[in-house]
Design a binder for this molecule. Sequence first.
Ligand code: ZN
Ligand code: FE
Ligand code: FE
Ligand code: ZN
Length: 265
Amino acid sequence: MIDYHLHTTRCCHATGSLEDYLAEAEKKQLREIGFSDHFPLDLLGVTPRAPVTMEASELEEYIKEVEGLKSLGSNMNIKLGIEIDYIPGTENKLGKLLEQYDFDYVIGSIHYLGDWDFTHPVYADHYQDYDMDSLYDKYFKLLQDACRSRLFDVIGHIDVIKKFGYRPANDLEALYIETARLLRESGTCIELNTAGQDAPVGEFYPDPQLLEVCLSEGVAVTMGSDAHSPEQVGRYFNEAVELLKLSGCRELTVFEQRKRSSIQL
Ligand code: ZN
Ligand code: FE
Ligand code: FE
Ligand code: ZN
């Protein structure tokens, strides 16, 4: 099993050393892990209300620290990833920035609608100000733009808009199909992200319906725990693999220097 979504203390809301994450991955007998901490928002010209990403000055150190972990001689495959906020209007800037770094893969995530961090528990009551059908539509349209940018290898926690349990009244099948086709056409993968199980919504990202649509449209899949502490590495992976197999998924996508290949699930 692979866990491609691990954070570090640099984002200010995670705990534990990289060695602790590695030790937990070894304990859980994973074959490959990837760190994907939050890319500095200030490099995109965005200042969040509270620090939720590493700072620009920490990026080089982050890269060095992950590279350093590889040289400790573990049998684990260790990859250098990054999780980047998709902020519309920053595509050119981000494209140029990405040329400067040797990431194995780039996860594009949406945590912001305008200046609202809708994934942050402190701002969760703002959901009450919205109509859920239009909010979900807005979120998935933005996600489709993230695919069109072709900046990302993987979309992070694809339906994180459900995190606090607010659901639309309408069926989302058509929106899901449209999104899945864009994912496939742009060569963007999704991740089976198990963190949602521990969020108020209490289920993985994506939900079974969206997962099924993605798989039937031929979208490739990686896995991630979105661990913000060492014991979360590989959380619920047995259940997740079971679900993927039941959904007809036969392989997982892995990355090296942003080149994709697949391994048997
Ligand atoms: Zn985080
Ligand atoms: Fe995220
Ligand atoms: Fe994350
Ligand atoms: Zn995440």
